[in-house]
Design a protein around this ligand. Structure first.
Ligand code: ACO
Length: 332
């Protein structure tokens, strides 16, 4: 039984509306110099009224389906990785299926915060082992701005909104030019660190009653320094484990795409791995941290721009609340 799966098509979508560091200077007590030196972020995209996790996923999905040459009607499964679904019920995946005009498929959401894309890819890999003919749409999307308090300068400068999509099939089929073979995925979690990065408000542990206003817990809360230290150790560690498992050294990795949280984390992970900077793809400067969407937007953009070429070995890595983290190896 094969355990690899094929990425047939990629797509991404970010909102038109830009929120620059200069805009943030007018909204809270921050400045471009602090944001740039601490994070490398210059601007982010922010959803306008009516733009949601499902609508952004839909746009990304249409691009990925077109890129794959697969019609929505052919899909058998839809997986949406997000921590900001449009609603608790129905799932974003059910809503996305409706937008795509299909019914009767297996649709579900995956909750792994910023690591959601790799958790969804691993789930898709399991589905194609069970159902070799499966055609699976994976989207990873977040409207993080819906859970950001824009008076909290320690948080609001970091995040943006967006969506990415991938169409996945089994490895038994053909391998059209432009596809990527997912060779392996490694995932990990540590629930004991759950208080370091949370959005609790509105959950069953912090319910909101009719007429109450939401408090700070409704928004992203984070111990930035501890998250930074853990994220650097976890991402570099799981990538090194992946490379050792497959007998790879840095020369055999063509492109490294880490979670686009901020430049200091990306630089620290790259430096621990002794990965040459020219192999590391970044777009955090223009999108900020788009949570679950971060790595799939980066992969889709890197492919579109020719940063990832046919034949390249690509190493992906994610880290998010939970804590959750992961790594994937993809040969294009
Ligand atoms: N503008 C100006 N000053 C600020 C801002 C801001 N936006 N935010 C915080 N400060 C101030 C603080 O109040 C503090 O002031 P003080 O010394 O007077 O108390 C000072 O800057 C230093 O604050 P620190 O939090 O110590 O700054 P640090 O150097 O640790 O950088 C940062 C903060 C960038 C958040 C860093 O901790 C980090 O990168 N953490 C990782 C967080 C992250 O990316 N999380 C995303 C989610 S998880 C993930 O995706 C990996």
């Amino acid at each position: 039984m094969t355990t690899s799966c094929i990425i047939r098509g990629l797509g991404h979508c970010v909102p038109e509306k830009r929120l620059t560091n200069a805009d943030l200077e007018r909204m809270c007590d921050t400045n471009d110099e602090w944001i740039t030196t601490r994070t490398g972020i210059k601007e982010r995209r922010i959803a306008s009224a009516g733009e949601t996790t499902v609508s952004l996923s839909h746009q990304a999905a249409l691009k990925a389906l077109a890129n794959a040459g697969i019609a929505a009607e052919e899909l058998t499964h839809i997986l949406v990785a997000t921590f900001t679904p449009d609603a608790y019920i129905p799932s974003a995946a059910c809503m996305l299926a409706d937008r795509l005009g299909i019914k009767g498929r297996t649709c579900m959401d995956i909750s792994a915060a910023c690591s959601g894309f790799l958790f969804a890819i691993e789930t898709a890999r399991a589905f194609v082992c069970l159902h070799p003919e499966a055609k699976i749409l994976v989207t990873a999307a977040d409207v993080v701005s819906s859970r950001v308090d824009y008076s909290d300068r320690s948080i609001c400068v970091l995040f943006g909104d967006g969506a990415g999509a991938a169409v996945i099939t089994g490895a038994g089929a053909d391998f059209p030019t432009g596809s990527g073979r997912v060779l392996d995925v490694l995932l990990a979690t540590d629930g004991s660190a759950n208080d370091l990065l949370t959005v609790k408000g509105g959950g069953s542990g912090s319910p909101v009653k009719p007429g109450e206003t939401v408090g700070r817990s409704f928004f992203v809360e984070m111990n930035g320094r501890e998250v930074y230290k853990y994220a650097v150790r976890a991402m570099s560690g799981i990538c090194q484990t992946m490379m050792a498992k497959h007998g790879l050294n840095n020369d055999q990795i063509d492109v490294f795409i880490p979670h686009q949280a901020n430049m200091r984390i990306i630089d620290a992970v790259g430096s621990r791995m002794e990965m040459p900077a020219e192999k590391v793809f970044t777009n955090v400067q223009k999108y900020g941290n788009t949570s679950a969407a971060s790595v799939i937007i980066a992969l889709s953009e890197a492919r579109e721009e020719g940063f990832v070429k046919d034949g390249d070995m690509v190493l992906l890595s994610t880290f998010g609340g939970g804590f959750t983290w992961g790594s994937a190896l993809v040969r294009f």
